[in-house]
Design a protein around this ligand. Structure first.
Ligand code: C2E
Ligand code: MG
Ligand code: MG
Length: 707
C-alpha cells in the first residue's frame, strides 16, 4: 500500500537527486535502479566532500542519497552537512555494511531512511516516501506560517473582528481582535465563550436581527446595521458583516464577523432626515413630510371611505411684527403660533409649516365638513388672543382655507393648491376668517358656525323660552301635568323649534347648559304653580342623550330642586328608548337614583326604538308615551291600531301610565278611550304655549274638541 501511495505522488518536474558515492559501480547500479523505478529523476553524482558541498551550495535538491562508508569522508558528517544546508531535503543513507547501531545513529542524526546495497529494491519506495513526506512537511510549515500571518493580520486590522464557532451550542465567540476590544470595551476573556448577542443590550427585537438570523440559518453572508451597546452602556451603530467559513466538505464551521462603528454617520443621517422632514425653527413637519402624510391620509380615507380636511393657514399681521420688532421676535412669534396650532389638534393630525408665516394642517377622519370648520374657527379664535413677546403684546390673527377630501381634489398637490386658493379668498374677504374651497360647503359650514355662535349668545342673552303643553286624563279630561318644550326666540328669524337647534346643541355640548336652563326654568314654574295653590301640577322635562350621560346629572337636578323650591314629585323626566338602552346597566342605575329622589320617569316616543317592554320592565319607569307616528294612524290604519292596542295592553300589564302623544282628532281620542289608554297630549286639546297662556287647574278643561 505504501509503495502504491509513494508511486502515485504527483510530480510536475523530475526529482532532483544529489548522490554522494565514491564507488563508480555502485553509483551506476543505484542510478539504474532509480531510473528503472517509476521515479522520474535527474541525478547529480558527487564523489567527495568538496563536490558535495559545492552542489548543496548551488541548488536545492529534493533528495540526497549518501553513501555511509566513504573512503575520504564520513557518511554521518555528510548527513549533518546536508541537513544544515538544506534542512527540508530528506537524506537516505546507503551502505553495504550497515550495522544496526550505525543505522540507529543515521536515523538519530536526521536521516529519513537507510537502504542496504544488497536490498536496493527498497530504494524506490523509500525515496518516494521521503520525497512525499518532505513535501507534506514543507506544506504544513507553510500553512502554519500562513496561519500565524493571518492571526497577526486579524489582530492588526482596524476593523473589529470576531470569530464564532458555528457548530458549538449557542455559537460562542472563539476569537476577538484588538479593534473589537477597543470598539466594544469588552476584553477577550469577557467575550470568548458568549454569543455575540450580548452586544445588543436590551434591544433584542431590532428589525435587522431577523435578517442576521436568516443568514446564519442558511449559511449565507449578511451585512446588517445594529444598535449595539459598549461595555460602558453607550450606544453605537454597528455595521456588521458576517461571512461563513466552510470546511473541505462545505459545512459551515465558523462565522467571521467584521464590525464597523458607523455611529457618526448614522447620527449625521438622522440629522439629515430630520432636516429633510421637519422645520428647524418650529419643529413642525415641513412641506416634504406634509406631502407624505397627506398621501398616507388619502390612502387611509380611500380604504375606510372616510374624509379628511386640509387647512391652509396664513397669519394676517406677521409682516408688521417682523418689520417692527425684528426677525428674532418674528421667529419667536412663529414658534408660539406653532404651539397654539398643535395644541388645537389631535395627536393623529398633522401640523406643518410650509415656510414664512404659512402653515397647513391635515385633520384625519372628520365626520362632517362642519367639524373642520369648527376646528378652524377654534384656531382663529385662539390666534385672536394676544401673544406676549418680551413685554410686547402682539395680535396676529389668520386666514384659513379649508379643503375636503374626497371632493376638493384627487391628490396631495391638488388639495394643497385648492386649500391655498381658499385661504386667499378668506384673506381677500378681510382676513381673520375661514373659507371653504367648495362654495356650497362654505355656505353650510358657515351657517352651522353662525348657528353655534348664535346658540351660545342665545344662552347668554336669555333668548330661550319654555312652552308648556298639557297632558290630560282621557276619562275626566282633567290636566295634572304639562310637558315643557323649549323654543328659541331668535331675532328676526322669529320662534325656532327644537328640531332646528337641539341636534347641534347636542353635538357641540351646548345642550348641557341649555338643558340646565330648561330644568331650572321648568322647576321654578312648577314652584310658582304650587305657590298659586296647584300643588299637584307636574312638569315633564325632556332629557337628551348627552344630558342623561353627564356624570353630575342627579346632583344637578337635586340642587335645582333645592334652589327653586320645587318638590321632586312635581318633576317628571322624559327619555327616549334609545337613550335608556344605550348602556342599560348605567341607565338603570341613574334612573333608580332619580326615582329614589321621587321623580317620575317617562319613556318618550315609545315604539320607535325597537326595545322590548320586557327589558324596560327592569327600569324604574312610571309612564309610557306612545309615539305620535302610531297615534296618527288610528283609527283608520289597521297596523297602527294593532300597535297602539298592544302598547296600551303591555304598558298596563306592567303597571305603567300609558300616554298617547300627538292626538289631533276626536276619532283618535275615541279609539284611545275605548282601548283604555290613560292619558293624551296633542293639538286636539291644546298647543304648547307660554305658562301665562295656560288654563291651569281648571277642573274640566273646556277646550276639548275646540283645540
Ligand atoms: P317630544 O318630547 O316628543 O315632544 C312632543 C313634540 O310633539 C313637540 O314638538 C310638540 O310640540 C309636538 N306635538 C304636540 N302635540 C302635537 C300634535 O297634536 N301633533 C303634532 N304633529 N305634534 C304635536 P316640539 O316642541 O317641536 O319638540 C320636538 C322634540 O324636541 C321633542 O319631542 C323633544 O324630543 C325635543 N325637545 C323639546 N324641548 C326640549 C328640551 O327642553 N330639551 C330637550 N333635550 N329636548 C327637547
Ligand atoms: Mg317629550
Ligand atoms: Mg315624544
Amino acid at each position: 500500500m505504501k509503495e502504491q501511495a509513494a508511486a502515485s505522488v504527483p510530480l510536475v518536474r523530475p526529482v532532483r537527486v544529489l548522490h554522494l558515492e565514491d564507488d563508480a559501480r555502485d553509483a551506476q547500479i543505484i542510478a539504474y535502479k532509480l531510473k528503472a523505478g517509476r521515479l522520474a529523476c535527474d541525478i547529480e553524482r558527487v564523489t567527495d566532500k568538496a563536490g558535495f558541498e559545492a552542489a548543496l551550495a548551488r541548488e536545492t535538491f529534493d533528495l540526497v542519497l549518501c553513501d555511509h562508508n566513504l573512503r575520504d569522508y564520513d557518511g554521518i558528517a555528510a548527513l549533518k552537512l546536508s541537513l544544515s544546508k538544506q534542512p527540508d531535503t530528506p537524506v537516505i543513507m546507503i551502505s553495504g555494511t550497515l550495522t544496526e547501531d550505525e543505522a540507529v545513529d543515521c536515523l538519530r542524526g536526521g536521516a529519513t531512511d537507510y537502504v542496504l546495497k544488497q536490498r536496493l529494491q527498497r530504494l524506490i519506495p523509500a525515496a518516494s516516501r521521503a520525497i512525499r513526506e518532505a513535501s507534506e512537511h514543507r506544506g504544513l510549515r507553510r500553512s502554519q506560517a500562513d496561519l500565524r500571518l493571518r492571526d497577526l493580520a486579524i489582530d492588526a486590522a482596524t476593523n473589529a473582528i470576531f470569530i464564532v464557532d458555528a457548530q458549538a451550542p449557542d455559537q460562542p465567540i472563539v476569537h476577538v481582535n484588538r479593534a473589537f476590544e477597543q470598539m466594544t470595551g469588552y476584553g477577550t476573556e469577557e467575550s470568548i465563550g458568549r454569543n455575540s448577542r450580548f452586544l445588543q443590550g436590551p434591544e433584542r427585537d431590532q428589525p435587522e436581527i431577523d435578517r442576521l438570523r436568516q443568514a446564519i440559518a442558511t449559511g449565507a453572508q449578511a451585512s446588517v446595521l445594529l444598535r449595539n451597546y459598549r461595555r460602558d452602556g453607550t450606544l453605537f451603530w454597528n455595521n456588521l458583516q458576517i461571512s461563513p467559513v466552510r470546511d473541505e466538505h462545505g459545512v459551515v464551521t465558523h462565522y467571521v464577523g467584521i464590525q464597523s462603528d458607523v455611529t457618526e454617520l448614522k447620527q449625521y443621517q438622522v440629522e439629515l432626515e430630520y432636516r429633510a422632514n421637519y422645520d428647524t425653527l418650529t419643529g413642525l413637519a415641513n412641506k416634504n413630510l406634509l406631502g407624505d402624510r397627506l398621501t398616507q391620509a388619502i390612502a387611509w380615507a380611500n380604504r375606510v371611505q372616510g374624509r379628511i380636511a386640509i387647512l391652509y393657514l396664513d397669519l394676517d399681521r406677521f409682516k408688521i411684527v417682523n418689520d417692527s420688532l425684528g426677525h428674532a421676535k418674528g421667529d419667536a412669534l412663529l414658534k408660539r403660533v406653532a404651539e397654539r396650532l398643535k395644541h388645537n389638534v389631535r395627536e393623529s393630525d398633522t401640523v406643518a409649516r410650509l415656510g414664512g408665516d404659512e402653515f397647513a394642517m391635515i385633520l384625519n377622519g372628520i365626520d362632517d365638513p362642519s367639524a373642520a370648520a369648527a376646528l378652524a374657527q377654534k384656531v382663529l379664535d385662539d390666534l385672536q388672543q394676544p401673544i406676549r413677546l418680551d413685554g410686547h403684546e402682539v395680535f396676529t390673527g389668520a386666514s384659513i382655507g379649508v379643503c375636503i377630501y374626497p371632493g376638493d381634489g384627487p391628490d396631495a398637490d391638488c388639495l394643497l393648491k385648492n386649500a391655498d386658493t381658499a385661504m386667499y379668498r378668506a384673506k381677500h374677504s378681510g382676513g381673520n376668517q375661514l373659507c371653504f374651497y367648495t362654495v356650497d360647503l362654505n355656505a353650510n359650514a358657515l351657517e352651522r358656525l353662525r348657528l353655534e355662535a348664535d346658540l351660545r349668545r342665545a344662552l347668554a342673552m336669555n333668548e330661550f323660552e319654555l312652552h308648556y303643553q298639557a297632558r290630560l286624563t282621557l276619562g275626566s279630561g282633567r290636566s295634572t301635568s304639562v310637558e315643557a318644550l323649549i323654543r328659541w326666540r331668535r331675532g328676526e328669524s322669529g320662534l325656532v323649534y327644537p328640531a332646528a337647534f337641539i341636534p347641534l346643541a347636542e353635538e357641540t355640548g351646548l345642550i348641557i347648559p341649555i338643558g340646565e336652563w330648561v330644568l331650572r326654568t321648568a322647576c321654578a314654574q312648577a314652584r310658582r304653580w304650587a305657590d298659586e295653590g296647584h300643588t299637584d301640577m307636574r312638569v315633564a322635562v325632556n332629557l337628551s342623550t348627552r344630558q342623561f350621560r353627564q356624570a353630575a346629572l342627579v346632583a344637578t337636578i337635586a340642587s335645582i330642586l333645592e334652589e327653586t323650591g320645587a318638590h321632586a314629585s312635581q318633576l317628571e323626566l322624559e327619555i327616549t328608548e334609545s337613550v335608556a338602552m344605550h348602556d342599560p346597566e348605567v341607565s338603570r342605575a341613574v334612573l333608580q337614583q332619580l326615582s329614589d329622589l321621587g321623580i317620575a320617569i317617562a319613556i318618550d316616543d315609545f315604539g320607535t326604538g325597537y326595545s322590548s317592554l320586557a327589558y324596560l320592565k327592569r327600569f324604574p319607569i312610571d309612564h309610557l308615551k306612545i309615539d305620535q307616528s302610531f297615534v296618527q294612524g288610528v283609527p283608520d290604519d289597521a297596523d297602527s291600531n294593532n300597535i297602539v292596542r298592544s302598547i296600551i295592553a303591555l304598558g298596563k300589564s306592567l303597571g305603567l301610565t300609558v300616554i298617547a302623544e300627538g292626538v289631533e282628532t276626536e276619532a283618535q281620542r275615541a279609539f284611545l278611550t275605548v282601548e283604555g289608554c290613560h292619558e293624551m297630549q296633542g293639538y286636539l286639546h291644546s298647543r304648547p304655549a307660554p305658562a301665562a297662556g295656560l288654563a291651569i287647574g281648571e277642573p274640566d278643561l273646556p277646550a276639548l274638541g275646540a283645540r
